[in-house]
Design a protein around this ligand. Structure first.
Ligand code: FAD
Length: 412
């Protein structure tokens, strides 16, 4: 239960310039910016701390697929920005296996779409709304962020200013830990108060961004004996591609010619239009690993987004989960601060984790499909192909897949 607890000790170890506020949000990704905007809209005072510059976060390319329920929620809160005008609406994806193409029309099955809107555009919209429109306090380029007194009812966050080197301490009522997979807030929870469940698929993906138009109007999944390959449209002139590779592989092992040869081979199918080859502007290897922190809160600290759970981009779920957490946490903080109602904060972790675990399970299932044929195990390859064929022969299997892929279950 959120209730007053022992007062914080003074800060003899932190001779820092002090300020006070209600909520400190650590991290300005989709999760932190959505929480901050919700607080700001309810006139709950908050400060956002971000280690990178505004320009950096507004151009960092990552996700691109947003589920329709998340778009609706953003819109309801006045946070959709340019998304309704600029996002591409997708209604199908295509699997390629055994040399053939299989189009999966998920919008026909669920009535819902995927919105393709690159993460940097969403972040740009959210920063503009928070800082420029709603006048919110956001501090970029901060260093050495440290959390203090989480077990008290007045925790604090300190950081070093980038320009002066001065240390500042922000006293607050709550800390929102939204600093992603490499942040510090998760580790501020003592080990005895948290469990981190981890899964490593032992697989790498070479993640590429290329300045080329997509070869089809939808996402492509190539399930091939040489390994998985994917094509995810991002905009009319930019496409993301993935190629399965050994975990920890060096991107330099993948020169231009090798990349395009593998993509052509793994995405080949009867009647498929040729891939447009072009300049690769980003190339890095992502290891397919996942974790979940339980619970997502400790004292006055609440984790949201990748800070609390990482799901590899197998099913395009991470940013959607980050937004889901942010909607729950933002609303719960507002209820507590404006009405004294702590039910939302007390139930936050359990409510958020239900969707997190559901999406993790779906990503595992899809990971088995993507990687089974190339596993070298003929039994696993056989069951993978059976699962794939079932999606296109059984209406019940197709409906279940579409519901999970679009995140449209009525309850989690
Ligand atoms: P982040 O976006 O990581 O934001 C955290 C912020 O905190 C960052 O700005 C960081 O600079 C800052 N920070 C870090 N440490 C500190 C600190 N100590 N103090 C202050 N600030 C700090 N998800 C989807 O839903 N759909 C997709 O299609 C998809 N595709 C992806 C493709 C790739 C290649 C990758 C890598 C990811 C993809 N994802 C996708 C996942 C998605 O990008 C993440 O899940 C999402 O960014 C999580 O948002 P977040 O706000 O929790 O964390």
């Amino acid at each position: 239960m959120i209730s007053p607890s022992p007062s914080p000790h003074p800060d003899p170890a932190h001779p820092a310039r002090r300020e006070a506020g209600t909520v400190v949000v650590v991290g300005a990704g989709p999760a932190g910016l959505a929480v901050a905007n919700i607080l700001r809209a309810a006139s709950v005072d908050c400060v956002v701390l971000e280690t990178e510059s505004r320009q950096f976060i507004e151009t960092r390319a990552r996700a691109g697929v947003i589920e329709e329920w998340a778009v609706r929620e953003l819109g309801r809160r006045g946070l959709a920005g340019h998304l309704p005008q600029r996002a591409e609406l997708h209604s199908a994806c295509e699997f390629r296996f055994a040399g053939e193409r299989y189009r999966f029309p998920y919008a026909e099955l669920t009535g819902c779409h995927h919105y393709v809107y690159p993460q940097p555009l969403l972040v740009t919209d959210l920063v503009r709304e928070y800082a420029d429109v709603r006048g919110g306090d956001i501090r970029f380029g901060v260093r050495d962020v440290t959390l203090h007194d989480l077990d008290t009812d007045r925790p604090a966050v300190s950081y070093r200013c980038p320009d002066t080197g001065e240390r500042r301490l922000l006293r607050c009522d709550f800390v929102a830990g939204c600093d992603g997979a490499r942040g510090v807030t998760r580790d501020a929870i003592p080990e005895r108060h948290r469990r981190i469940a981890r899964q490593d698929d032992g697989i790498g993906w070479l993640a590429l961004l290329a300045e080329v138009p997509p070869s089809t109007d939808c996402v492509l999944f190539g399930v091939h004996p040489r390994g998985f390959a994917g094509q995810m449209p991002r905009s009319p002139g930019v496409t993301r591609f993935y190629l399965q590779c050994p975990p920890g592989d060096d991107p330099e092992n993948w020169p231009h010619e090798r990349v395009w040869t593998e993509l052509r081979e793994r995405l080949a199918a009867t009647g498929a239009p040729p891939l447009t080859e072009g300049r690769i502007v980003e190339k890095r290897v992502l290891d397919m690993h996942h974790y979940v922190v339980e619970p997502l809160s400790h004292g006055r600290l609440f984790l949201a987004g990748d800070a609390g759970h990482l799901v590899a981009p197998i099913a395009a779920k991470g940013m959607n989960l980050a937004l889901h957490d942010a909607f729950l946490l933002g609303d719960a903080l507002v209820s507590y601060v404006t009405e004294g109602d702590g039910a939302g904060l007390d139930g936050y972790s359990a409510a958020a984790l239900r969707r997190v675990w559901d999406y993790q399970e779906f990503s595992q299932w899809l990971s088995d499909i993507y990687h089974g044929v190339a596993s070298g195990d003929p039994f696993r390859a056989g069951t993978t192909l059976a699962r794939l064929r079932r999606l296109f022969s059984s209406p019940a299997a197709a409906a279940a897949f579409a519901e999970q892929y679009l995140g449209t279950a009525s309850a989690y």
